[in-house]
Design a protein around this ligand. Structure first.
Ligand code: ZN
Length: 233
C-alpha cells in the first residue's frame, strides 16, 4: 500500500493544489489528511472541498475544531485567533459541519493517524523533540503513528530522532505542513509511505507563495500571516 499523508494545510489553496498535483505522480492508494485544513489562510472553502473530494482518511486538527467551537481559540496566539474568527465568518455552513464531524484519530492497518500527540488527542499536545516523542510512544500501540501540528517534519523511534524508517520497533512520523511550514524552509511539506518496501519520504517542493500571501492581505487577515509564508516560520 502506498499512502500520501498531508497535514496543516491552513486554507492555503496554492500549496494544497501543488501538493495534490505532486501526489498524482506518486500513484498512491490513499491520501490521508491529518487536519488543520483551515486557519491562517484565505481559502477555507476550496481547501475543505478539495480534502473532502480527495482524501480517504481525515482527522480533525485544533484549528478545525476552533472554527467550529471558537472558545477553543482562547488559548491561541492573537493572529491565530483572528484567523479562526475570520474563518468562522467566511466558511460555508456545510463545510463547517463537515469539520465538526471529523474524528480525532483514525487507524488504517496498524498505522495511527492523529493531528497532535496521541496522548489526549483533544488537548493538542505538541511533539517538537525526542522527549515529546518518548511521551507519545506511551499513548499508542500501532507500529506507526503519523502526526502534524508542530509543522516540523521528522521521524522518531523510541531512542530518539532517526533519518529513515527501520523494521525493529515502533516509530512516529511528523509529515510537516503543506500550507505554513515553520522549519525555515518555505517549501510545502508532506509524506509518502510505502508499506511494501517500508519506505517513507518527506517531499518538499515550491509553490506559488506570492498568490497565497496576496490573498491573505486582500482578505485583511493579519499581515504577518502572509509574510511568514516567504520565510517558512
Ligand atoms: Zn497547524
Amino acid at each position: 500500500m502506498r499512502l500520501a499523508i498531508i497535514s496543516d494545510i491552513h486554507s492555503n489553496l496554492e500549496a494544497l493544489s501543488a501538493t495534490l498535483r505532486l501526489i498524482e505522480s506518486e500513484s498512491v492508494d490513499h491520501i490521508v489528511c491529518l487536519g488543520d485544513i483551515v486557519g491562517y489562510g484565505a481559502d477555507p472553502d476550496p481547501c475543505v472541498e478539495l480534502v473532502r473530494g480527495r482524501c480517504d482518511v481525515v482527522v480533525q486538527g485544533n484549528h478545525d475544531a476552533a472554527v467550529v467551537r471558537t472558545e477553543i481559540a482562547d488559548s491561541f496566539t492573537a493572529n491565530a485567533r483572528s484567523a479562526v474568527f475570520w474563518t468562522h465568518r467566511h466558511i460555508s455552513p456545510e463545510n463547517l459541519s463537515y469539520l465538526a464531524r471529523l474524528p480525532l484519530q483514525r487507524t488504517l492497518s496498524d498505522i495511527l493517524f492523529v493531528h497532535a500527540s496521541p496522548c489526549e488527542p483533544d488537548q493538542w499536545h505538541y511533539i517538537v523533540d525526542a522527549e515529546d516523542a518518548q511521551t507519545a510512544f506511551r499513548c499508542f500501540t500501532e507500529t506507526l503513528c503519523f502526526v502534524g501540528h508542530s509543522h516540523f517534519p521528522g521521524i522518531y523511534d523510541q531512542r530518539g530522532r532517526i533519518a529513515a524508517l527501520h523494521r525493529n520497533g515502533r516509530m512516529l512520523v511528523n509529515v510537516g505542513s503543506v500550507g505554513q511550514p515553520r522549519d525555515r524552509d518555505p517549501r510545502l511539506s508532506f509524506g509518502v509511505l510505502d508499506t511494501e518496501d517500508w519506505s517513507y519520504r518527506n517531499v518538499r517542493a515550491p509553490y506559488d507563495i506570492e498568490t497565497a500571501a496576496q490573498k491573505i492581505l486582500s482578505a485583511e487577515l493579519p499581515r504577518s500571516l502572509a509574510n511568514r509564508l516567504f520565510v517558512g516560520t
